[in-house]
Design a protein around this ligand. Structure first.
Ligand SMILES: [Zn+2]
Length: 160
């Protein structure tokens, strides 16, 4: 079965930067699952998925403009350290989560003070050329419920 709109795809992936440093990897036992054609992946990666089937392996290189954009200046902000979620102790370079009016945002710690912390609101992968090594594990028809929700259920997908 080939990947096209309204198929649920399970895949393993390794994400590296231009220096082959691994940034992210899917779990060994649980592949990622997503619903194709519903903007659940970066559009450039989803395009590469189109037409592939179980067992296929490929690499895709995404320029920053196809991934998380260029690094924008003036994205640093001082916030109360209690607003930063994800760890108890913070160090420069760590990635945390901040609740904003536009939802959850990943931020990178720039400077830690006693009560305030300076964070950079650029996405941690902004400015990076990303290389995805992908292995397609399974392709199946989505259920009506999955199509209505716009995401995959079950192994590697949403549980609710
Ligand atoms: Zn759902």
């Amino acid at each position: 079965m080939k990947i096209e709109n309204d198929k649920v795809v399970q895949f393993n992936y390794k994400l590296s930067d231009a220096n082959d440093k691994v940034l992210e990897e899917s779990g060994e036992k649980v592949p990622m699952a997503y619903l194709h054609g519903h903007k659940n992946l970066l559009p450039a990666l989803e395009r590469e998925m189109e037409g592939k089937q179980a067992g296929d392996q490929f690499s895709a290189i995404l320029e920053p403009s196809e991934a998380y954009g260029e690094i924008r200046p003036d994205q640093e902000q001082r916030i109360p350290v209690k607003h930063l979620q994800g760890a108890k102790k913070w160090k420069k370079g760590m990635v945390g989560v901040v609740q904003t009016e536009k939802g959850r945002r990943q931020v990178t710690v720039v400077k830690v003070g006693k009560f305030m912390v300076t964070v950079d609101f650029n996405h941690p992968f902004a400015g990076k050329t990303l290389k995805f090594d992908v292995e397609i594990v399974d392709v199946r028809d989505a259920t009506n419920e999955e199509i209505a929700h716009g995401h995959a259920h079950g192994v590697g997908g949403h549980h609710h």
